[in-house]
Every structure is written in structure tokens, then in C-alpha cells.
Design a binder for this molecule. Structure first.
Ligand code: HEC
Length: 217
């Protein structure tokens, strides 16, 4: 092998290796770009973002129930022996100088959040809704609600509404306390609309829907 031949071979090997590196970088770049769909801001998977948001919402609702509502002397007309605050937590809180029920507090928060103009939304939904704004509306919400009621687990998927792509998750809202069941089962709207539906402890009563906007589809 002449010196020139050896050089040519060396250059060829190096060139091949160089192209191999370029290709590898390109593949990584493409797969990262392709993964853009699966990542929300700062590269956190949308499933995780939804789980975090849900944790905060569920914690706030439980804390409000436990540390505020449980301390009132009256809950929707019923006396609470352990209550220390001379107010009532009631659906008609605005008319009676009372304080909102936990589900109302949750909806009030969702309304304030949507006023911020962000495409991110969340809401309580249920097939046995007392408040009309909690009816499962889109096909996606109906499918997610049916699946959650059947499995007792959260339902997560991508969906497109208009040009906007979302990662959406529905988390089951279960009857964790006797009060959930008694209040809903005896509510006049429930009795009128769903006379045959009697909630039992542990049952999925509805769900918390979270919609996280992703980059434009
Ligand atoms: C004292 C009565 C009361 C109690 C206790 C109560 N709820 Fe509700 N719940 C309501 C009312 C009233 C609404 C409608 C609130 C609104 O207007 O946003 C509601 C709304 C909901 C919704 C949304 C669908 C709908 O009916 O509009 C779900 C799901 C729900 N409650 C689940 C629960 C669970 C789970 C518990 C227990 C952890 C619970 N509720 C405890 C009265 C009650």
C-alpha cells in the first residue's frame, strides 16, 4: 500500500465515522423534535404535569373540607356536633351568608383560572350531575367518564379541539365519606333527575377533568 493509498483510506474511514456521528445527532434531534408532542413545557411529560395538578387540586379540596367545612356548625341544614364556627356550609351560601360546599369551591377556582385566559382548563364532570356545567359534553369526556366509572382508574389521552392539541386526563372522584353519598342521594335535583341512582361508599361519583394544551397541531 502506497503512502497515498493509506492516506485515502484513512480519510475515507474518518469521513464514514464523521457521517455516522452526524447521522446519530440528526436522529436524536428528530426523535426529540418528534417527542415534542409528548412533552409539555420544560420537557416534563404531560402525564406527570396532569398528575401534579391533580394532586394539588385534590389536596386543596380535602384541606378545605377537613379544616373549614368540617368546623362549621351546620352542613346543608344538618347540625355538626363538632362544629365550632357559627356558619353553615350550603349550596345557597350566597343567599344565606354561608360558605360554599367543597364542590362549589372547586368550581369557583376553575372559573377564576379560566378567566386568566389560559388554554389550560379543569372541571368536575359526572353523568349524574347536579350542576349542568358538570355534564360530560364532548365525545372525549363521555368516553373518558365511562372508562373511569368502569375501571375506577384515571383515563388519559391526547385529543384535538379545533387546531389545538391537548393532553387530557380524567381522575375518578370517589365517595370517600358518608357525607358524599347522603348529600347527593337526597339532593332534590338528584331525586328528580336520577331517581334510580343510589350512590354507595367507594363508588366513582364523577371525575376531575384536566386539559393541558400542547403545541399547535
Ligand atoms: C352537603 C352536600 C354535598 C356533599 C357533602 C358533597 N357534595 Fe358533591 N356536590 C354537591 C353539590 C350541591 C354539587 C354541585 C355544585 C356546583 O354547583 O358546582 C356537587 C357536585 C359534585 C360533583 C360534580 C357533578 C355534579 O353533581 O354537579 C361531583 C363529582 C361530586 N359533587 C362528588 C362529591 C364527592 C366525591 C363528595 C365527597 C367527598 C361530595 N361530592 C360531597 C353537594 C355535595
Amino acid at each position: 500500500m502506497t503512502l497515498v493509498q493509506r492516506w485515502t483510506q484513512l480519510i475515507r474511514t474518518r469521513t464514514v465515522a464523521f457521517f455516522a456521528i452526524i447521522c446519530a445527532v440528526a436522529v436524536v434531534a428528530v426523535s426529540c423534535a418528534g417527542g415534542g408532542d409528548a412533552t409539555a413545557s420544560a420537557g416534563i411529560a404531560p402525564e406527570m404535569v396532569a398528575d401534579y395538578i391533580h394532586t394539588v387540586m385534590a389536596a386543596d379540596r380535602t384541606a378545605y373540607t377537613k379544616h373549614v367545612v368540617n368546623r362549621v356548625k351546620t352542613l346543608e341544614g344538618k347540625e355538626n356536633a363538632e362544629g365550632v364556627l357559627n356558619v353553615e356550609s350550603t349550596e345557597g351560601w350566597q343567599q344565606t351568608d354561608g360558605i360554599p360546599l367543597p364542590a362549589q369551591m372547586f368550581r369557583l377556582g376553575a372559573e377564576v383560572a379560566s378567566e386568566s385566559g389560559s388554554a389550560f382548563t379543569y372541571n368536575l364532570i359526572s353523568p349524574w350531575y347536579l350542576n349542568d356545567s358538570h355534564a360530560p359534553k364532548s365525545e372525549f369526556e363521555k368516553t373518558a367518564m365511562d372508562a373511569t366509572i368502569e375501571t375506577g382508574e384515571s383515563y388519559k389521552d391526547y385529543q384535538e379541539v379545533g387546531d389545538q392539541k391537548y393532553f387530557s386526563a380524567l381522575y375518578p372522584d370517589k365517595a370517600v365519606a358518608e357525607a358524599c353519598v347522603t348529600c347527593h342521594n337526597t339532593h332534590p335535583i338528584h331525586l328528580e333527575r336520577y331517581p334510580d341512582k343510589v350512590f354507595v361508599m367507594g363508588e366513582v361519583m364523577g371525575g376531575i377533568m384536566i386539559n393541558i394544551p400542547l403545541e399547535a397541531a
